[in-house]
Write a protein that binds this ligand. Structure first.
Ligand SMILES: Cc1cc2nc3c(=O)[nH]c(=O)nc-3n(C[C@H](O)[C@H](O)[C@H](O)COP(=O)(O)OP(=O)(O)OC[C@H]3O[C@@H](n4cnc5c(N)ncnc54)[C@H](O)[C@@H]3O)c2cc1C
Length: 422
């Protein structure tokens, strides 16, 4: 199992709970992926809007993690935004890290931290081993089957599996460096910018005095409302396109650019936003927040049209309840489901299947989706769904992931609390 983000965590714990021997490899010393290393601090895509209010449509593995974060006091109550069209839950990243450790331990997942995947051994249509670099040196990890939940499809890339990048013309979603500010006057700030989009009007008024990287921000209170999280930076390469986060030089540029943009945004927050005069940065995320790099070119790609049409699939493994959130140059474009009665869509098993390899699945933000489809299902909710399904499939693996009986996977997912129909 490669990668300890939402997809890898759900995959590892699900497979282990069902009796598989699981080794989870992670390049950092903690779990959570973008949710911790990228400073995301927010679960999106768990709730779908229905005519009767919101319904939680991603459960199972996601519930196990959320319950553990909640027990540590690190989970906020659900927050609604965008005129009641979306519902999210913010969390404390330290609680997430501890809860993820506990979750893996409870199911007997073996963890190997500070292990960077750097290659693989492939023979024909079978992956034999994953090569990692650790403080103990280079090692080959053999397994019957593998799940690539690296976010960047690193293992699939090493194995030579067909992959895609961005929109096909070199444009991926722009990355952002996330940060949190503390020492905010909670009451004043909530009154001024508590509503999801209120900050955008203040930014528009001040646009001639500050160098904003994009129009508008997602500025949200944390569990302790004297702390707020800012999603506002946008990281560009020299040609103006999104930083390519699987290009080492560009990724490096993104880190310094992100911190420069944060310093400028703090100047704005302190001077212009009620409640933020005494605010200070309390954390810049350990790494640039990467939304999109390589994605699997599977025989089936989840597309923007599948999102907008609330698509249903016979090989459904769970629900995506996040709209398209396209981080384009200078702005975010949102696209919702057309049917007001079904503000969500199915996710199919086929999107996890690579071409040409029978013992690999690819789950999470690098699974088989188009650029538009990925802008929705990349949210934590969709990644938990894909991860739980991949782990469940791994526990039933008999030599070829494509040959598995989907109805058996679906039965197991339902028995384990996953929601497969809305
Ligand atoms: C700025 C930003 C804001 C976002 N906001 C939200 C939000 O508000 N709500 C929400 O739900 N989602 C949000 N997302 C999306 C969401 O966080 C990610 O899409 C999601 O975490 C992807 O999960 P994943 O498991 O597929 O990959 P990741 O979370 O990227 O996890 C991949 C893991 O693999 C590890 N890894 C990668 N390569 C290797 C390697 N070669 N060797 C070893 N380990 C490796 C990484 O360290 C990481 O732990 C945001 C994303 C970004 C970038």
């Amino acid at each position: 199992m490669l990668g300890g983000g939402p997809a890898g965590l759900a995959a590892a714990t699900s497979a282990a709970r069902l009796g598989s021997k699981v080794l989870l490899l992670e390049r950092y010393g903690f779990l959570g992926g973008m949710g911790t290393a990228g400073g995301v601090t927010n679960f999106a895509g768990l709730y779908a809007k229905t005519p009767d209010g919101f319904a939680q449509v991603v459960r199972g593995a996601a519930d196990e993690l959320l319950n553990r974060i909640d027990a540590l006091g690190g989970l906020n109550a659900p927050q609604d935004g965008m005129q009641g069209r979306i519902r999210v839950r913010s969390y404390d990243t330290s609680a997430y890290k501890i809860a993820a450790d506990q979750w893996c331990a409870a199911h007997g997942v073996q963890l190997l931290f500070h292990a960077l995947a750097v290659g693989c051994v492939r023979e024909g249509d079978e992956l034999q081993a994953l090569i990692i670099e650790t403080k103990s040196g280079r090692q080959a990890i053999r397994a019957r089957c593998f799940i690539d939940a690296s976010g960047d499809a690193d293992l699939a890339h090493y194995a030579g599996v067909p992959l895609e990048y961005g929109d096909g013309a070199g444009n991926a979603l722009y990355p952002s460096t996330m940060f949190r500010v503390g020492h905010v006057d909670a009451a004043v700030a909530l009154a001024a910018v508590g509503e999801f989009s209120a900050i955008n009007a203040l930014m528009a008024q001040a646009a001639d005095r500050y160098a904003f990287a994009r129009n508008g921000a997602i500025l949200r209170p944390q569990k302790n409302p004297s702390q707020w999280r800012a999603n506002v930076t946008q990281l560009k390469a020299a040609d103006g396109r999104a930083i390519n986060a699987v290009d080492a030089a560009q990724l490096s540029l993104a880190e310094t650019q992100g911190r420069e943009q944060i310093a400028e945004y703090m100047r704005f927050l302190k001077a212009e936003v009620p409640g933020f005069a005494q605010a200070e940065i309390i954390e810049i995320a350990p790494q640039v927040g990467v939304r999109e790099t390589r994605r699997l070119q599977s025989s089936f790609q989840l597309s923007g049209e599948h999102i907008e049409s609330s698509a249903e699939f016979e090989d459904c493994i769970g629900i995506n309840a996040w709209p398209m959130e396209l981080h384009n140059e200078g702005r975010i474009d949102w696209k919702f489901w057309r049917d007001p009665g079904r503000q969500c869509n199915d996710l199919p098993y086929r999107m996890l299947l690579p071409q040409g390899l029978r013992n690999l699945l690819v789950a999470g933000r690098c699974a088989g989706m188009t650029h538009e489809g990925q802008s929705a299902a990349r949210a934590s909710g969709g990644c938990f769904v894909m991860g739980q399904a991949a782990g469940t499939a791994a526990a039933q693996f008999g030599g070829d992931f494509a040959a598995l009986d989907i109805t058996r996977i679906q039965s197991q997912l339902k028995a384990d609390g996953a929601v497969l129909a809305t």
